[in-house]
Design a protein. Sequence first.
Length: 188
Amino acid sequence: MDSWEWNKIAGAVLGTVMFILVVRFATQSLFEVEPPAKEAYHVEGTLAVASTGGGTAAPAEETVPDFGTVLPTADVTAGKAVSARCEQCHDISKGGPNKIGPELWNVIGRPRASEAGFSYSSAMMGDHAAWTYESLFKYLKSPQAMVPGTKMSFAGLRSATDRINLLAFLRTEEDSPAPIPAPAKPSK
């Protein structure tokens, strides 16, 4: 090819880029969208934008139940029903396979991000503390809030009762269940 052909190609590319930029600037000026004044729908686990200062406000902290009191009276049958939501991505059976999420057999007391053969997010790999009743209770409410950057896209279980029942069910499915903590002494 001679230089005339190269000039035509370069001109076509530059003309296309200029056309795209002109159309982009024109549509931005015609269709300028203002940000909403207030949040239309709050997704649990995200940070709400404060309307006065424009900063972020942390979600309200939930009180953790006394597991020594609530676990013995939890409804294991209801927990099994709640586990159906988990089992879409996790296997709960002993020796079960990893699915989209890691296998959850003996998860209570097991170190975080420790299931062999599963590729965890770097956010989850940052902490290998053992899963306790309290940490699972908080995580199941809003996985993204507790471990920002986790690959788990589940929005969470809002109901504290559902989470307690699920923990009671998971406990019954283990060979040697994690011990139930002693009930807290009432304050005087």
